[in-house]
Design a protein around this ligand. Structure first.
Ligand SMILES: Cc1cc2nc3c(=O)[nH]c(=O)nc-3n(C[C@H](O)[C@H](O)[C@H](O)COP(=O)(O)OP(=O)(O)OC[C@H]3O[C@@H](n4cnc5c(N)ncnc54)[C@H](O)[C@@H]3O)c2cc1C
Length: 386
C-alpha cells in the first residue's frame, strides 16, 4: 500500500483529517478536484468553536494575520417585518473559503501530506481488510484507509451509488461577494417565502451573500430593479440591502439538490466525514465547525485501526456511535429551524417569540453548535480581533 490513509476532498474535513494523521506520522494522500485557491459556495460564517480546531491544526495565526472579520451579533428578520437582534455567545469570524481552504491545504503540504489538487476521484474499490484502490483523473493510488470528505454533493456519490442520491431534494443555493452596505459586526439572516439569505462581512471587507431556497423560487420572475427572484425582495430589509449592494464576484456560484439527510458514516468500508456523512442546515452556521469536529472524532479511530488496536468492525461501530452522539440532536434541531424559517407564518412566530423571550433565541443559537473552548476563543477574540 502506498499510503496509510487517502482523503478524498480538501475542504475542511479532508484537510483537517490529513493534517492530524500526518502529525501522527502516517503517510497521507489528499486529493482535491479543484485547482486551489478557489471560491466555494458557503455562508463563510465561522462559529467560534473553530478557533480551538484551528489552533490544533496550526492555522490560527494565519487566520489572525489574514484579518478574519469579527462577528459579535446576530440580526434576524422576516418578510412581514419581525426582527430579533442578539449578541452572539462568543465572537464568530467572517473568512472566505478562498482563503481558509488554501490555508488548510498549505498547512497539510507543510506536514508532508501528499497534496494533489486538480485531481478528481472517479471511483474507489476495496475494503479495510485488503486495502483500497482510488481511481483518479491522474491515475490509481492505493491506501489502507479511505476517508470520504467530498462534501455536500459530488458526482462520486452517484458513482458509489449512495442511497441518499436516489432521492431528489428541492433545495438550491447561491453565493457571491458584494460591496455597498455596512453591516458591521453582525451576521444577518433574512427569511423570505421558501428560503432565507445570510449576509456577513469577510476579511476583504466585502459582504458574502448566500441564500438557500426551494427550487420553485427559481421559476419566479426576477425583480426588475434588484435582479433577484421576487421572493427575496419580499423581505424589506433584504430588498434594501440588495438595492444598495454591487456585486464583486464575476458570477454567482450555485448548487442544487442540497440535502440535509443523514447519509451514513460508512459507505462499504469508506469512512465518511464532514458533509459527506451529513450536513447541518446553513441557518445554523455550524457546518464548517462540524466538518472540522467530525475529522477530530474520526482520526483516533483511524489511527487505532492502522495500529491494529481496533478491528474493522469495531472501528466502524465506534465511529458511527461517536458521530451520532455528537451531531444527531444538532442536525435534527437544525432541520426543524430551517423548515420553520422558510415558511413566513412560522418564521414570523419564531422570530417574534425570540424578540419577546431573548433567552429562547440565545438558547437556539447555543444548541445548534458545539461548545467553544473559552480559553482559546476568548484569547483569540480579545487579543487578535480587538
Ligand atoms: C448555502 C450554504 C451556506 C452555508 N453556510 C455556512 C456558514 O456560513 N457557516 C458554516 O459553518 N457552514 C456553512 N455551510 C456548510 C459548510 O459549507 C459545510 O458544512 C462545509 O463546507 C463542510 O466541509 P466538508 O469538508 O465536509 O466539505 P467541503 O468543504 O464541501 O469540501 C469538499 C471538497 O471535496 C471536493 N470534491 C468533491 N468531489 C470530489 C472528487 N470526486 N474528487 C476530488 N475532490 C472532490 C470538493 O471540490 C471540495 O473541495 C453552508 C452550506 C450551504 C449549502
Amino acid at each position: 500500500m502506498n499510503y496509510d490513509a487517502i482523503a478524498i476532498g480538501a475542504g475542511l474535513s479532508g484537510c483537517s483529517a490529513a493534517i492530524q494523521l500526518a502529525k501522527l506520522g502516517y503517510r497521507v494522500l489528499l486529493l482535491e478536484q479543484s485547482h486551489y485557491p478557489v471560491h466555494k459556495l458557503c455562508g463563510e460564517f465561522l462559529s467560534i468553536e473553530v478557533t480551538e480546531a484551528f489552533e490544533n491544526l496550526g492555522v490560527l495565526e494565519r487566520v489572525r494575520k489574514v484579518g478574519a472579520h469579527p462577528i459579535h451579533r446576530a440580526y434576524l428578520t422576516t418578510s412581514s417585518g419581525a426582527s430579533f437582534r442578539s449578541a452572539l455567545p462568543s465572537a464568530a469570524l467572517g473568512l472566505s473559503r478562498y482563503q481558509l481552504d488554501l490555508m488548510l491545504f498549505q498547512r497539510a503540504q507543510e506536514l508532508h501530506v501528499d497534496c494533489q489538487d486538480n485531481t478528481k476521484v472517479l471511483g474507489v474499490v476495496g475494503n479495510l481488510q485488503d486495502g483500497f484502490t482510488v481511481n483518479t483523473s491522474k491515475g490509481d493510488f492505493t491506501g489502507r484507509v479511505v476517508l470520504g470528505a467530498f462534501g455536500k454533493r459530488s458526482p462520486l456519490d452517484r458513482t458509489l451509488n449512495r442511497e441518499f442520491i436516489q432521492k431528489k431534494s428541492p433545495w438550491i443555493a447561491y453565493k457571491g461577494h458584494f460591496t455597498g452596505v455596512d453591516i458591521g459586526d453582525a451576521i444577518e439572516l433574512h427569511s423570505f417565502p421558501n428560503g432565507y439569505c445570510g449576509l456577513s462581512q469577510i476579511e476583504t471587507g466585502e459582504i458574502n451573500v448566500c441564500w438557500i431556497a426551494h427550487e420553485r423560487v427559481m421559476k419566479e420572475p426576477t425583480h426588475k430593479d434588484l435582479g433577484i427572484p421576487e421572493s427575496l425582495a419580499k423581505n424589506p430589509v433584504l430588498a434594501d440591502r440588495f438595492h444598495n449592494m454591487q456585486r464583486v464576484s464575476t458570477s454567482l456560484q450555485g448548487l442544487s439538490q442540497i440535502t440535509f439527510a443523514l447519509k451514513g458514516n460508512f459507505h462499504g468500508d469508506i469512512c465518511m466525514i464532514g458533509d459527506t456523512a451529513g450536513m447541518i442546515t446553513p441557518l445554523c452556521g455550524d457546518g464548517m465547525a462540524m466538518a472540522l469536529r467530525s475529522a477530530e472524532i474520526a482520526v483516533p479511530f483511524v489511527s487505532q485501526f492502522l495500529e491494529h488496536q481496533l478491528s474493522a468492525i469495531t472501528f466502524k461501530q465506534q465511529y458511527a456511535i461517536a458521530w451520532r452522539k455528537e451531531f444527531q440532536t444538532r442536525l435534527q434541531l437544525g432541520r426543524f429551524m430551517h423548515n420553520c424559517f422558510v415558511q413566513p407564518p412560522l418564521a414570523n412566530i419564531g422570530v417574534s417569540l425570540c424578540q419577546m423571550v431573548p433567552a429562547l433565541g440565545n438558547w437556539i443559537i447555543g444548541a445548534t453548535r458545539g461548545k467553544p473552548n473559552h480559553l482559546v476563543s476568548y484569547d483569540f477574540a480579545s487579543n487578535a480581533l480587538s
